[in-house]
Design a protein around this ligand. Structure first.
Ligand code: ADP
Ligand code: ADP
Length: 222
């Protein structure tokens, strides 16, 4: 039984003549790490929004097909700064926990743990806005990890980063993969780096899946 599934999903943004997603069939198994790649405008962001359930609920447009998701989804966007609301890193991580009614003593226990997982121990009192791009992205990932979601979806988490920041984030994703606790779906233009730690690679073109293959076979098929 898949943990995430799109069955014949199509989507057209309201003011657009062409669909951004066109007849998508995608089943993701529990624990799988899936990379999504493709040229700009191919529909990567839109596919991740559909998997997250933000499409159709938060967008205007025409949706068809069905979506299934087992459990909560942590979402990390391209530009984390647009989502930051805390004055400090620890507030940033505490918010999703407070929203879900976690007790203070649990929050105090979870914060240093997730900061350690993203290698930002000691950053509790820093402003999330004053960090490097890679550190900001790792704070956003820590905030998503805090509630232990079974599914983590990241939309181009490295595209705004310099090479060092991108390496830090890919190294973290690699580590999360090795822990094998989460199902991870991540989009990126950095196809080679993506294929190095993903189990499975999906290539999108014009809103459709053109290749869906084990990472080791992907380059032979593209
Ligand atoms: P990327 O290729 O890195 O995913 P895009 O440039 O396609 O980024 O889109 C950046 C953001 O702008 C996305 O969040 C998307 O929802 C929004 N966007 C893209 N194209 C349009 C459009 N034609 N009208 C309104 N918003 C758009
Ligand atoms: P990618 O992430 O691969 O760059 P997107 O999913 O951002 O692709 O975009 C797919 C198509 O949908 C593009 O034609 C883009 O212009 C359009 N699009 C994306 N976001 C929006 C939006 N918010 N409103 C209208 N059109 C959009």
């Amino acid at each position: 039984k898949p943990i995430l599934e799109l069955e014949d999903v199509s989507w057209r943004y309201e003011d657009r003549s062409h669909p951004a997603l066109n007849g998508i069939h995608l089943r993701v198994r529990r624990g799988e790490v899936v990379g999504v790649t493709g040229p700009s405008g191919a529909g990567k962001t839109t596919l991740l929004l559909a998997l997250s359930g933000l499409i159709p609920s938060n967008y205007e447009g025409e949706f068809s097909g069905t979506r299934l998701a087992e459990g909560e989804i942590g979402i990390v966007f391209q530009d984390p700064e647009t989502q930051f609301i805390g004055l400090t890193v620890e507030e940033e991580i505490a918010f999703p926990l407070e929203n879900r009614g976690y007790r203070d003593e649990d929050i105090d226990r979870i914060i240093p743990r997730v900061l350690e997982r993203v290698r930002l121990s000691g950053f509790e009192r820093r402003s999330p806005f004053d960090l490097s791009g890679g550190e900001k992205q790792r704070v956003a990932i820590a905030s998503a990890l805090a509630v232990s979601p079974p599914i983590l979806i990241l939309d181009e988490p490295t595209s705004e980063l310099d090479p060092l920041g991108a390496r830090e984030v890919f190294a973290l994703l690699q580590q999360l993969k090795l822990e094998r606790e989460m199902t991870i779906i991540v989009s990126s233009h950095a196809t080679e780096e993506l294929a190095q730690f993903c189990d499975r690679m999906i290539l999108l073109g014009n809103g459709a899946i053109t290749v869906d293959a084990p990472a080791g076979e992907f380059f032979a098929m593209t």
